[in-house]
Structure formats: C-alpha cells, structure tokens
Design a protein around this ligand. Sequence first.
Ligand code: FMN
Length: 161
Amino acid sequence: MPEVPDATAAALLAQPYGVFLVGSRSGEDRNLMTASWGSQCSFEPRLYTVFVETDAHTRRLIDAGGAFSVCLVPPDSEQILTQYTRPAEVAGDKLGDHHFFDAPNTGVPIYEGSVAWFECRVVEAHPVGDHIQYTGEVIAGDVRGGDPAWTIQQLGWEYGG
Ligand SMILES: Cc1cc2nc3c(=O)[nH]c(=O)nc-3n(C[C@H](O)[C@H](O)[C@H](O)COP(=O)(O)O)c2cc1C
C-alpha cells in the first residue's frame, strides 16, 4: 500500500467497515486476529464471508478446522485490536491472558468482551487475489452488551486501498 494513498485508494478507504476479531481453531491451537473485511452475503441460507491473508496463521487454522468466528468489539478496544494484529507466528499464543470461550458448535474461540459474536462453518473457500475468501454458514450467535460495535473509521486505522 503506498504511503500517501492515491485517489483510487482513498476512494476505497472511504467505505465504512467494521473492525472485529476472527477466531479460528485446529485441535488445541486457537487464534484470534484483527480483521475488517467481512460481510453477510446471503439471507437464506444465512452466510457470511471473511477475507484472510494467504500467509496468516488464521488461514491455516480455518483450512484445518473448517470454521471461524466473528467477534464484534466495543468502542475503545484499541489495545485488544493491537494485540491481535500481531501474527501468531511472531507473537506465539495470542490468546494467552485474554478471556475467551469456545463457540458452542465448532469450538472456535470467542472473545469474552465481544458486544456480539457469531460462529460459521465453512461452506466455500477460494483464493481471491492476495486473500482467501471463506464463506461460512452462520450456525450460532449472540448479542452480549449494550455497546454499539466499533468501526475502522472510529478506530482511525486503515486496511484497504
Ligand atoms: C485494522 C486492521 C484490519 C485488518 N483486516 C484484515 C482482514 O480483513 N483480513 C486479514 O487477513 N488481515 C487483516 N488484518 C491483518 C491481520 O490482523 C494480521 O495479518 C495478523 O497478523 C494475522 O494474524 P495471524 O497470522 O495470527 O492469523 C488487519 C489488520 C488491521 C490493523
């Protein structure tokens, strides 16, 4: 990504996105990563898509475990989002001290501080450019708090362009 975004990159960055944690798991290897590229993509069946970098540890875990979670975070979650931006390969066990619980059907980790979360069983995966698109059937979810979910614009960071 260029340091000073060109007009096209700036236009892409002008789209509002959420910012959330994607949970994944293979056996006892659980991970969370900060993400913003995700969207519901079908009502019936109820499907949701995330886009994961090809070299992310999350990619390996979703490939192996066939499931992922999306954990929407409350305002002022900058510290948590910073923690989960680090690659698991560098950071080691990213879940360490942070509180999480296992999703009821697939066991993928859910961040305890989520304002809302859902878990998805992968039904389709394919490469799109430099990301893998995982589409999952949303099989469970819950709203846990009164706070609105945070957006990447409120956070003031960028991913895209
Ligand atoms: C604001 C923000 C949004 C991000 N969105 C995504 C995303 O949608 N997909 C993705 O693969 N990585 C995204 N990343 C990068 C990952 O968080 C980063 O590559 C992380 O190290 C991957 O962790 P893992 O290797 O433990 O899976 C984003 C980073 C930031 C700071």
